[in-house]
Design a protein around this ligand. Structure first.
Ligand code: GSH
Length: 250
């Protein structure tokens, strides 16, 4: 049986009005070139083949995010009257409804949850100084020590997960929430020329080649929107080697 079928079989999608059509999700996200937080649940939904409608909002559209998200931030998932407005909370909400969000093995599940939580609350230097910018490649002149430390910790985590659970994904045989949480890191590593050795390097290539990331990347490259703050951040990280994005809107 296909994995997606299995996911929906074990925890069937909730039904409206006692047996009507399956309730569909709406995921609010921001521009795919920049919005690392949006990518997490988007990649998970795609990888598990869970149907959803996407609403893409322009970053910096003042006030707009507040009209659907209590925090004024994305991602934000709507499921009928239920609104879930944080990437980790979205993952847990989905885990209550679909198999495959977390690994079936309890050890792997505990590890995956810890790694997601660490990603969610940590790595501030990488997040701030190596912002996600999918379509650009930067030659970094000098990587700040705090960024190097974040990178070293992520690579160690990846190596640990791959060794302990046997790969090819971080917590075992199947792509799950923890891989989705590190999907933005894969784009960051590529943009800023971070090339881990060994199993972590292979994992980076595997993640970038996942159909969900390929689809996200294609849409990111087609965007002609530029957000001033992200672009300034990028320029301060080093020299732009390549920019594969559609020409900016005049
Ligand atoms: N902890 C939140 C953070 C979400 C977040 O910061 N999202 C950014 C987009 S990448 C945002 O909505 N920014 C809007 C703004 O700053 O106006 C989550 O995990 O969902």
């Amino acid at each position: 049986m296909e994995r997606a079928q299995l996911a929906n079989q074990r925890h069937p999608l909730p039904r409206e009005g006692g047996g009507g059509r399956a309730v569909s999700y709406t995921l609010h996200i921001a521009n795919k070139n920049y919005s690392s937080w949006s990518l997490r649940p988007w990649a998970l939904l795609r990888a598990l083949d869970i149907p959803f409608a996407e609403r893409l909002h322009r970053l910096g559209a003042a006030g707009e995010f507040r009209s659907f998200s209590p925090s004024g931030r994305v991602p934000c998932l709507e499921d009928g009257a239920t609104v879930v407005w944080d990437s980790l909370a979205i993952v847990e909400y989905l885990a209550e409804r679909h198999a495959g969000v977390w690994p079936a093995d309890a050890q792997a599940r505990a590890w995956a949850r810890c790694a997601c939580a660490e990603m969610h609350s940590g790595f501030a230097a990488l997040r701030n100084l190596h912002g996600m910018n999918v379509g650009v490649r930067i030659a970094v002149s000098q990587r700040p020590a705090a960024v190097q430390a974040d990178i070293a910790r992520i690579v160690a985590l990846w190596q640990q997960g791959l060794t302990r659970f046997g790969g090819p994904w971080l917590a075992g045989k199947e792509f799950c929430a923890v891989d989705a949480f590190f999907a933005p890191v894969a784009f960051r590593f590529r943009t800023y020329g971070v090339t881990p050795d060994g199993a972590a390097g292979d994992y980076l290539a595997r993640l970038l080649a996942h159909p969900a990331l390929i689809e996200w990347e294609a849409a990111a490259l087609a965007e002609d929107f530029r957000e001033a703050e992200h672009e300034a951040e990028l320029a301060s990280a080093g020299r732009v080697n390549a920019d594969f994005r559609a020409a900016p809107r005049p």
